[in-house]
Design a protein around this ligand. Structure first.
Ligand code: FMI
Length: 355
């Protein structure tokens, strides 16, 4: 870790600003001072979110916890990550028969979200940084049922690119899938570092879909997400489907299950919904077109503030794409400080590379 970063963190504290902001390292001090004042090895298992700098200048325990510092895989350039992107994208095409020809795109997006969805801004624990989804405790969290398929999909990719951290792989998998399914370009930054098993968060940090708007709003506060960001993120349910064996729900939210679009919002507003019980005893809204909504999805229509954004996104897909891109990037980067010099990569799709 460079001295510059330490200065920056202190500056953040002294300014009393939000240390959880991803721009925490922005140039308050020259980044070319490469002193090794503090543990410079980000692979050190002690880098588990402990708030080492709370002790500085006698700061109080109320200070925001330290961010985890990204360290780009040694010697790797954006082109190396584009190669990983390409391998994932090609495998999505090759293995297209998965889930009755929906393909692996949606489940890869879901894995990226669940790998990041354990984040808690109160202590900066969980999140995508440490790649702890790879450990059995997290893989076997009942909320993660079905994601083993995405994990297995990524295993040969990891064998091909063993230098990549798991946190980078899971998040890059989601970005690749989203872009290849005609979603927005999501600027992505590398440098998550594998943390040891001890950093694996307890089960139960992911939300439960049998709930209403108050629960959703309260749950996503743990990430610092606004109402608008929450609605945008849940719009990803245009992709894929629910599976009885995984979640006790069954069916897709729309017709185009492997194309990213604003269909979720359009259907939420326009379909005729009927509340029914699934065979697992869950409540689910079904429509004559064969689409479904979970209670948390339906809640977006029942809450006036959420509804405002649902309407906005149903009317204008471009606005949805822009807001989704920003919220999804924030989700994947929660709790991470990207030092100056970390590249922001906008990947080319396979189609663009063919032209
Ligand atoms: Fe969703 N999801 N999701 N989801 N998700 C899925 C499938 C699914 C919940 C619950 C839930 C987000 C938020 C939330 C995404 C993307 C995203 C399923 C069905 C359930 C129960 C799983 C199955 O296989 O049965 C909530 C309510 C609780 C966790 C919730 O807040 C967010 C933020 C995203 C991405 C940004 C996708 C793509 C799928 C389809 C997966 C597939 O296998 O087709």
């Amino acid at each position: 870790m460079s001295f510059a970063r330490i200065v920056n963190r202190r500056a953040i504290y002294f300014l009393g600003s939000v240390a959880a902001g991803a721009t925490g390292a922005a140039g308050l001090a020259s980044s070319d001072f490469n002193g090794s004042f503090f543990n410079g090895n980000n692979n050190n298992p002690k880098n588990n979110g402990s708030s080492w700098w709370k002790g500085l200048a006698g700061t109080s325990a109320a200070a925001a916890p330290a961010l985890r510092v990204a360290e780009v895989e040694k010697g790797k350039t954006p082109e190396d990550f584009q190669q990983v992107y390409n391998a994932i994208a090609k495998k999505i095409i090759d293995d297209d028969e998965y889930d009755n020809y929906i393909g692996y795109g949606p489940v890869l997006v879901r894995l990226s979200w669940h790998s990041a969805g354990t984040f808690d801004k109160n202590d900066n624990s969980g999140g995508s940084y440490g790649g702890t989804y790879r450990f059995p405790k997290e893989t076997n969290d009942p909320s993660n049922k079905g994601l083993q398929n995405a994990k297995a999909f990524l295993e040969p990719i990891y064998e091909q690119f063993p230098w990549i951290s798991h946190g980078d792989l899971y998040t890059l998998g989601g970005v690749t899938a989203l872009q290849e399914m005609q979603g927005p370009k999501v600027p992505w930054r590398p440098g998550r570092v594998d943390l040891p098993e001890s950093a694996t968060p307890e089960n139960g940090r992911l939300p439960d879909a049998e709930n209403g708007a108050d629960y959703v709003r309260n749950f996503f506060k743990r990430f610092g997400f606004t109402d608008q960001e929450v609605v945008a993120l849940i719009g990803a349910h245009a992709l894929g489907k629910t599976h009885m064996a995984n979640s006790g729900y069954e069916g897709p939210w729309g017709a185009a299950t492997n194309t990213f679009s604003n269909e979720f919002f359009v259907n939420l507003l326009n379909e005729q919904w009927k509340k029914e019980k699934t065979e697992a005893g869950n409540s689910q809204y079904n429509s004559p077109s064969g689409f479904m909504m979970m209670p948390t999805d339906f809640a977006l229509k029942e809450d006036n503030t959420y509804l405002k954004y649902v309407k906005k996104y149903a009317e204008n897909q471009d606005v949805f794409f822009e807001d989704f891109k920003n919220a999804y990037k924030k989700l994947l980067e929660n709790g991470i400080e990207f030092p100056e010099g970390t590249p922001t990569i906008v990947f080319k799709t396979l189609d663009e590379q063919e032209q």
